[in-house]
Design a protein around this ligand. Structure first.
Ligand SMILES: O=c1ccn([C@@H]2O[C@H](COP(=O)(O)OP(=O)(O)O[C@H]3OC[C@@H](O)[C@H](O)[C@H]3O)[C@@H](O)[C@H]2O)c(=O)[nH]1
Length: 420
């Protein structure tokens, strides 16, 4: 995959703030493109039988990290085994090894962050209630001595010794966060209160993942961090956008009153492998619809805009922000802005390209259909990322077409194995 300058992207992460966070993209791919199971018979151990998935692994060099789970076609059962080997993690001296708590660590963003922090050699504790997250996103680390997975809902207090807290826990897709609006705002408010209390007690550095939704349906374009936003406090999105706004307020309250060391990331639309297929957000919907040969559902006339960033860029930004001295909110997102209608066409083209390359016959010609526009859907959204560039030296590297292609291959593989 090539970046915006046409250079191959072989690693993600960077070396800044005295913190080397560089990781091979192939190693990360081997984790999320890892098949849920390998189609083989119980008495055969023929490596050629994993060939269906092998081409996703760029040369097979990491296939040893895959689960040996075996599918028995005769009675449609799977025997799970533990991993034969964990992916290698950096050996850090105790002074450099951090105890890191990731709330929502089994979710889409959280699991990618966990992969990075683990590979970098840290001790990672994941808290998740598995409402929208899934154990399978981090199951490849279960049993590793540096890793702990705890089922816990952040609205209840939690105590652990730690050096850093990445507080991600909250449903993030509009259908999920509107499913139980009261629970969503409770998660944002009480969850953040609990985690800030923990940060205060342990003196851990605290990073909260806020959202571009704090800008509401913006009247300023693109949106810089000092824009206060245009939010409907009683609309269907309020549980999330007002929830995150109050979470930011709490964060700066603890910072000013109690000296908690805080970081605030305002995340713009993000996509990538491991996005829950039932998530309902536009990227997963469009890719799955196109792969299945279903109509692609554009809400409204499709002239509303979004800027889509690939998950690896976001994780780079989060790790940089955590290790920087920037306590003000920082937008993390991509400046490539699309109308939703143009984005639908782009996804359709990428899916057709991947199907042609892999010799897959498309189920049928994919049409674009229009559905009603959700209430309070923001009309335009694009981050002003000047602050991230100036203070973190962070810039997105993944063009949308490159990231969408990776995600298409991921969903295509999952559809073939029947795990989504
Ligand atoms: O099938 C679909 C889904 C969505 N859409 C449209 O595509 C646009 C993007 O919708 P998404 O649901 O992916 O995401 P939204 O931008 O509305 O919200 C997102 O904003 C930023 C993050 O913090 C959140 O994760 C998420 O709430 C919207 O205009 C929506 O109406 C479609 O046209 N078709």
């Amino acid at each position: 995959m090539a970046d915006f300058n046409g250079d191959q992207i072989l690693t993600v992460g960077s070396q800044q703030f005295g913190f080397d966070s560089e990781v091979s993209v192939d190693v990360l791919r081997s984790l999320y493109l890892r098949p849920h199971y390998v189609t083989t018979s119980s008495d055969a151990e023929d490596p050629s039988e994993v060939k269906d998935h092998a081409h996703f692994l760029q040369g097979h060099q990491h296939s040893a990290y895959q689960s040996k789970s075996i599918y028995h076609a005769e009675d449609n059962t799977i025997s799970y085994t533990t991993l034969s080997r964990f992916p290698p993690v950096r050996l850090l001296p105790p002074s450099a090894r951090k105890r890191i708590l990731v709330t929502g660590g089994a979710g889409f963003v959280g699991s990618h962050l966990v992969d990075r922090l683990m590979i970098l050699g840290h001790e990672v504790h994941v808290l998740d209630n598995f409402f929208t997250g899934s154990k399978t996103t981090v199951s490849h680390w279960v049993g590793h001595p540096n890793f702990e997975l705890i089922r816990h809902d952040v609205i209840e207090p939690f105590m652990i010794e730690c050096d850093q807290i990445y507080h991600l826990a909250c449903p993030a897709s509009p259908p999920h966060y509107q499913f139980n609006a009261v629970k969503t705002i409770k998660t944002s408010f009480m969850g953040t209160l609990n985690m800030l209390g923990l940060a205060k007690r342990t003196k851990a550095r605290f990073l909260i993942t806020s959202t571009s939704e704090v800008y509401g349906d913006p009247e300023v374009h693109p949106q810089p961090e000092d824009y206060w936003g245009h939010v409907n406090p009683i609309g269907p999105r309020a549980c999330y956008d007002e929830g995150k706004r109050v979470a930011e307020t709490l964060t700066y309250g603890f910072h000013r009153q109690d000296g908690v060391d805080v970081r605030v990331a305002r995340i713009f639309n993000t996509y990538g492998p491991r996005m829950n297929p039932a998530d309902g957000r536009v990227v997963s919907n469009f890719i799955l619809q196109a792969l299945r040969g279903e109509d692609m559902t554009v809400y409204g006339d499709g002239n509303q805009t979004r800027s889509f960033q690939y998950i690896h860029d976001l994780v780079d930004g989060l790790i940089l922000l955590m290790n920087s001295n920037e306590t003000r909110p920082v937008n993390i997102g991509t400046a490539e802005e699309f109308t939703v209608l143009d984005f639908a066409k782009l996804v359709r083209d990428v899916v057709a390209k991947v199907q042609a390359e892999d010799g897959i016959k498309p189920p049928k010609k994919v049409e674009i259909v229009h559905k009603p526009m959700p209430i309070d859907d923001p009309q335009k959204r694009r981050p002003d990322t000047t602050r991230a560039k100036e203070t973190l030296d962070w810039q997105p590297r993944w063009p949308v077409a490159a990231g969408v292609e990776e995600m298409v291959r991921y969903y295509a593989a999952k559809l073939v194995e029947g795990s989504i």
